[in-house]
Design a protein around this ligand. Structure first.
Ligand code: FAD
Ligand code: EPU
Length: 345
């Protein structure tokens, strides 16, 4: 393990922002984490953990220590009649972990295929797609406390998961290094094909008896057709969360904008039937005229208004400023507050 100084972060974030880090270290074991944290020449710099860099926006250079988590290994740690308990080290690539589970017939995370990033970041915002979130099959995680230098175990309840939320994104932000995550995966699959275009895609694929393999393939096909590939255009997926509003506010807006896209309790974060509605932020942003717009190299994707993109050499601050303009116009037109999903650094 070596601590490097003043390195470019361009290849370490999917937005492709050319910020730099004062110190940078890659760690592959618990020992290396401890060694890095106790390096006396660092003094007391600010610390940040980096996974695949697919949910971050660097708006300036990072004047501290970035620890890139490269811990590897996947193992079945337990089983009962209905489940395998599968533990993955934090540095495994999420999609490769999903593929490993599918190959071994461990069911439950197939709808989460092709989400970029590493396993260690998956609890940070309780990653979700196509009607499934990791909280549905999360068992526990281990995390190293940066100050007390001990490993802690967090159960599902401890993580306080919500829609794109967890305790690690809020109260415990930047305090823990997640080192492994254990999932409770089914021996007999319970498929979830009701969301969005999955059934239509399975039909188009000629699938009559879906399996976790074909559902995963369908999700990959849909995602590839909708979302820009960060290897081609820099982005971090949805830049904003889909806002959740009261039924009263929803009904007022729906009367004014009958085509407004919204979802009832089934897709609301806490399942509060009838009390809250989730709106499609992509629709709100498109209605404000932002879809396909650019400000310099910062832009709003032409097929998905919820995704902000870097067409080349945009600065993080330029993408951030564009996001502020979008927030302001959505607030002005609809009276709805959007919240950034991407972690701003
Ligand atoms: P990073 O971006 O490296 O880090 C994200 C945050 O987690 C940072 O605050 C970082 O400090 C912290 N962190 C990372 N690893 C650790 C660790 N081991 N311990 C403690 N803190 C840590 N997300 C979804 O939920 N659903 C989607 O469908 C989805 N689609 C996407 C599509 C595209 C094209 C892209 C680019 C992104 C998408 N995302 C989606 C967002 C992103 O893939 C997820 O948030 C992912 O979990 C981020 O993982 P990462 O390893 O890249 O995290
Ligand atoms: N829409 C528009 N215009 C747009 C984009 C979307 O009108 O430019 C409307 C469409 O009517 C569409 C609806 O919005 O039917 C929803 O769009 P989509 O199905 O593409 O999903 P999303 O709400 O944009 C969410 C997640 C994604 C996740 C998909 C599938 C959030 C913030 N985003 O996107 O997660 O992959 O659903 O489940 O919840 C991410 O978090 O980074 C991410 C990509």
């Amino acid at each position: 393990m070596t601590i490097r100084e003043n390195i470019s972060l361009k290849k370490f974030n999917t937005f492709g922002i050319d910020a730099s880090a004062r110190y940078y270290a890659e760690v592959s074991s618990l020992e290396e984490i401890k060694e890095t944290l106790s390096d006396s020449k660092l003094g007391m710099p600010r610390k940040m953990i980096l996974g695949g860099g697919s949910n971050l926006l660097f708006t300036k250079d990072f004047d501290g220590l970035i620890i890139k988590n490269n811990l590897k290994g996947i193992e079945v740690v337990n089983e009962d009649d209905e489940h395998f308990y599968v533990r993955s080290a934090a540095g495994e690539v999420w999609h490769e972990f999903v593929m490993h589970c599918i190959e071994n017939n461990y069911a439950g995370i197939e709808n989460l295929s092709l989400i970029p990033g590493n396993v260690g970041a998956s609890p940070m915002q309780n990653i979700g797609a196509y009607g499934v979130e990791i909280k549905d099959s999360f068992h526990e995680l281990q995390a190293f406390h940066i100050n007390d230098k001990a490993l802690h175990v967090f159960t599902n309840n401890d993580c306080k998961f919500g829609y794109r939320e967890s305790v690690f994104k809020r109260d415990l932000k930047d305090q823990f290094i997640i080192t492994s995550v254990t999932f409770k995966l089914r021996k007999t699959p319970v498929l979830n094909t009701s969301y969005g275009a999955i059934e239509k895609e399975l039909d188009a694929m000629g699938v009559t008896s879906p399996t976790i393999h074909s559902v995963s393939k369908a999700v990959c096909n849909i995602r590839s057709s909708k979302l820009p590939d960060p290897k081609v255009i820099g982005n971090a997926g949805s830049f904003f969360k889909n806002p959740v509003i009261s039924a009263k506010k929803h009904n007022e807006l729906k009367a004014k904008f009958p085509e407004m896209v919204s979802y009832t309790a089934a897709f609301s974060p806490d399942g509060k039937s009838g009390e809250e509605y989730k709106l499609a932020a992509g629709w709100l942003i498109e209605q404000c005229g932002w879809k396909g717009k650019t400000l310099g190299d910062a832009g709003v994707h032409k097929l998905q208004a919820l995704v902000l993109v870097n067409y080349g050499n945009a600065k993080g601050s330029e993408i951030y400023d564009l996001s502020t303009k979008i927030l302001e116009s959505v607030k002005k037109k609809f009276g709805v507050d959007l919240e950034r999903e991407v972690n701003i650094v």
